[in-house]
Design a protein around this ligand. Structure first.
Ligand SMILES: [Zn+2]
Ligand SMILES: [Zn+2]
Length: 191
């Protein structure tokens, strides 16, 4: 800046204009603005690292460590991006709840008489002794009363050997008869 006053008349140096520019206050201003932008970007990346870590990591100490890493100019946030947990805590929690709900739906079976928790393979209620299923006559696997054959060994379910099955069949017949009695003119079958 001090030289600017001494080189106003000389034009023999072709690089003089360039060197003048780099010594001018305009260049100083540009350098200052670049510094401000770099510092703003550095701080923004550090804040972003902190906020992102808080959404992905449960332990406060680890979040603090990630924030410190995020404070390393520009390289820190990049390294964090490679190492961060892939999933948000909220998403992980939602998935956990879905799994719990699914498990409850699977083993949420209860005895129809006493509401005691039962498992799908129980043949009788351990609490009230109500018969729940009949075992297959051949392989002894517990059979659902609605099954017509044993799905494990393909043995036909005979009502004679399966009182529950026979009862279910009788119920089905009764329902069918009640339905036809209520609706004496059912819709004609399609041709
Ligand atoms: Zn029971
Ligand atoms: Zn069987």
């Amino acid at each position: 800046m001090a030289r600017a006053t001494t080189t106003t008349t000389g034009s023999d140096d072709p690089f003089e204009a360039v060197s003048d520019f780099f010594e001018s206050s305009t260049w100083d201003l540009i350098v200052t603005l670049l510094w401000v932008a770099a510092i703003a970007l550095w701080l923004a990346l550090a804040v972003w690292t902190f906020q992102d870590a808080r959404r992905r990591i449960r332990q406060p100490a680890l979040v603090a460590a990630c924030t410190l890493l995020g404070l390393v100019p520009f390289v820190g946030p990049l390294v964090y991006m490679f190492l961060r947990p892939p999933e948000y805590l909220a998403d992980a929690r939602e998935r956990e709840l879905e799994v719990i709900a699914l498990e409850q739906r699977i083993d949420g079976l209860r005895c129809p008489d006493c509401d005691f928790p039962i498992e799908s393979r129980f043949v009788a209620c351990p609490s009230c002794l109500r018969k729940l299923k009949d075992p297959c006559v051949r392989c002894q696997e517990p059979l659902d009363p609605t099954w017509r054959i044993c799905p494990y060994c393909e043995t036909a379910v005979s009502p004679a050997f399966s009182p529950l099955h026979a009862e279910r069949e009788r119920e089905r017949d009764r329902d069918r008869m009640a339905a036809t009695a209520q609706d004496p003119d059912p819709d004609p079958l399609p041709q």
